[in-house]
Design a protein around this ligand. Structure first.
Ligand SMILES: CC(C)(COP(=O)(O)OP(=O)(O)OC[C@H]1O[C@@H](n2cnc3c(N)ncnc32)[C@H](O)[C@@H]1OP(=O)(O)O)[C@@H](O)C(=O)NCCC(=O)NCCS
Length: 177
């Protein structure tokens, strides 16, 4: 049985291993380091990380961290990054569960928009859309502009004003973008 729970600092090594196993060579070290650094950010920011667990093994991990308006410092929304499911357990809906659990939590918190920088072929399934993201400028020049997407979480609340974003410290590394 697969369970989803909040990640803890003591999950650090197993979280690192999921990303090292899931991502291609060129990205795996940087993403694994990001995943571990964000675990520590949970203590000082509104960042939260979720893990999927099966029979005592950690098999998936996702992090949602706040994004702020660079000019005002005000909270603007959240960003989903990174996400990985161990290759042995992929294509069983675990990535979907992690994304949906995080989005449910953001909706409950009253967050109006969530961003992602990743493959539109995957994130499009969850309603992430490049058009919506164009008004919000990521902190660094993107290597793959088509990967910058956003999803609106509420029909009731207005969206935040367009502008340039800043992120929690762990994501403020140009090579991640
Ligand atoms: C992307 C990832 C998290 C999906 O996890 P998962 O648990 O296999 O996802 P789900 O089971 O919920 O969904 C699987 C479906 O998504 C599809 N999919 C996975 N990656 C995809 C991609 N990059 N583009 C399009 N479709 C993709 C699978 O083919 C599968 O399709 P199907 O349902 O038609 O069989 C996992 O493949 C992974 O860890 N990949 C390496 C790291 C990565 O790319 N992270 C996210 C990008 S930033």
């Amino acid at each position: 049985m697969i369970q989803t729970r909040q990640a803890q600092l003591h999950d650090r090594d197993r979280v690192r291993d999921i990303h090292l196993a899931a991502f291609p060579d060129a990205e795996r070290k940087a993403v694994a380091e990001l995943a571990v650094n964000l675990l520590a950010e949970q203590k000082t920011t509104e960042t939260f990380a979720l893990v999927a667990e099966a029979d005592g093994n950690l098999i998936g991990h996702v992090v949602f961290s706040p994004v702020m308006c660079v000019d005002t410092g005000n909270d603007l929304g959240y960003i989903l990054a990174p996400l990985a499911v161990h290759p042995t357990y992929q294509k069983r809906g675990i990535g979907t569960n992690l994304i949906e659990a995080g989005i449910k939590r953001l909706s409950d918190l009253g967050v109006s928009i969530v961003f992602v920088y990743g493959d539109p072929n995957y994130y499009g399934r969850f309603g992430f859309d490049a058009d919506l993201a164009t008004e919000y400028v990521p902190p660094y020049q993107l290597q793959y502009e088509f990967g910058w997407q956003a999803k609106r979480l509420t029909d009731i609340q207005g969206l935040p004003s367009p502008g340039k974003l800043t992120c929690v410290d762990s994501l403020m590394e140009p090579q991640l973008w």
